[in-house]
Design a protein around this ligand. Structure first.
Ligand SMILES: N[C@@H](CCC(=O)N[C@@H](CS)C(=O)NCC(=O)O)C(=O)O
Length: 302
C-alpha cells in the first residue's frame, strides 16, 4: 500500500497539476475523494479548517496547496525531477502566473461560458469561499476580454514550444508543463467550446497529448475514513524551525491563505523554512498531526 494520499476530486484543476507531477515521478498514490463543495467533514480534521483542494497526506503530515505539495514530492522523491532543465526557483515561481493570472482567466472563461448552467449550490459555496458575489452575468459579460487575456497567455506557451522542443523546458516534462497544462485541461473538460482557439494551434495541440500521455502514476483509491485512521495511527516527522522564526518557535500561531478560502488554521509553530511553515495541531479524530503551509500566498500571525 502507498503512503502518498492525495485528498482531491477528479474535476479539480489544481489536483490535475499534482496528478501530472505524480505521473512524471511515476509514483504510486491513493486518491482520497473529497466533496466539491462544503461541508468537508473528513478533510477539516486533517487541515484544521483549510477547505481547499488538493491536500497531500503522508502519515500524520499534511501539506496544503499544490505549490507546497509538489515541493514536498520533489524533496521526498527527487527522481525523476520536476525540474529537468534546472531552474528550480523559476519553475516554482511560474506558479504565480499559472495559478493566479492564468487560472483567473480560465475561471472567467469557463464559468462565463457555462452561464446559467452553473448549479446554484456551487455558486453559493464559491461565494462563501471567496467572500465575493459569484456574478455569472458579470462573468458572461467579461468573456470576450478574458478570452483575449487567456489567448495571449496560451500564446506564451506556444512561443516556448516554437523551437520544436517536446516540453516547456526541453525534452523532458516538468512542473512547468504540469502548471500550464492543468489550466487548459480544465477548460477542455469543463467547457470544451472555449478550447477551440488553442486546439487550433498546432504547437499547443501537439503538446497537450504529450502531457496527457505522461499519465498520473499508479493511482489507487482510499476512503476518507481510512485516511483519517492513518493520520491517527501515525507520528508526524520531526520538524525544525528556521533561525528567522525563532521568536515564534513553540508558540501558537495562525496561518491563512491570503486570497480565498482564508479560514485560519491554529497550531503551534514547530517547523519552518523560507518556503513553508509547519503547525502542530491536536484533533479529537486524528490526534497529533502537523500541517504544512507554503509561505507564498499565506499569512502567518503570531
Ligand atoms: N493555491 C491553491 C488553490 C487551490 C484551489 O483553488 N482549489 C480549488 C479546487 S481546484 C478549491 O479548493 N476550490 C474550493 C473547494 O474545492 O472547496 C493550490 O495551489 O492548491
Amino acid at each position: 500500500m502507498t503512503d502518498i494520499l492525495l485528498h482531491q476530486y477528479d474535476t479539480s484543476p489544481f489536483s490535475e497539476k499534482v496528478r501530472v507531477c505524480l505521473g512524471i515521478k511515476r509514483l504510486a498514490w491513493a486518491a482520497v475523494d473529497q466533496p466539491v463543495i462544503m461541508p468537508k467533514p473528513d478533510l477539516l480534521p486533517l487541515t484544521g479548517g483549510y477547505r481547499r483542494i488538493p491536500v497531500l497526506q503522508i502519515g500524520a503530515d499534511i501539506y496544503l496547496d499544490s505549490a507546497l505539495i509538489v515541493r514536498e514530492l520533489e524533496r521526498r522523491f527527487p527522481e525523476p525531477t520536476l525540474f529537468p532543465a534546472g531552474d528550480r526557483g523559476l519553475g516554482a515561481a511560474l506558479a504565480l502566473w499559472t495559478d493566479r493570472a492564468m487560472f483567473q482567466a480560465v475561471v472567467a472563461v469557463v464559468f462565463g461560458g457555462l452561464g446559467d448552467k452553473v448549479p446554484a449550490a456551487f455558486i453559493r459555496d464559491r461565494e462563501a469561499l471567496s467572500g465575493r458575489p459569484f456574478d455569472v452575468a458579470a462573468m458572461k459579460a467579461a468573456v470576450p476580454h478574458m478570452s483575449a487575456q487567456l489567448n495571449a497567455q496560451v500564446a506564451l506557451i506556444a512561443e516556448q514550444l516554437e523551437d520544436g522542443r517536446a516540453f516547456l523546458t526541453g525534452e523532458k516534462p516538468g512542473l512547468a508543463d504540469a502548471s500550464a497544462y492543468y489550466n487548459l485541461w480544465f477548460i477542455r473538460s469543463a467547457f470544451p467550446p472555449a478550447a477551440a482557439p488553442f486546439d487550433a494551434d498546432p504547437l499547443i495541440a501537439g503538446w497537450m497529448p504529450r502531457v496527457k500521455a505522461i499519465g498520473h502514476g499508479e493511482r489507487s483509491a482510499l476512503c476518507p475514513e481510512a485516511a483519517l485512521d492513518i493520520a491517527r495511527d501515525a507520528t508526524p516527522l520531526p520538524a525544525t524551525v528556521a533561525p528567522q522564526d525563532a521568536a515564534l518557535a513553540g508558540r501558537e500561531v495562525t496561518v491563512a491563505a491570503d486570497d480565498y478560502g482564508r479560514d485560519p488554521i491554529r497550531g503551534v509553530l514547530v517547523g519552518s523554512s523560507a518556503h513553508h511553515v509547519a503547525l502542530r495541531r491536536e484533533d479529537p479524530r486524528v490526534g497529533t498531526i502537523v500541517v504544512h503551509a507554503p509561505r507564498i500566498g499565506f499569512v502567518v500571525r503570531g
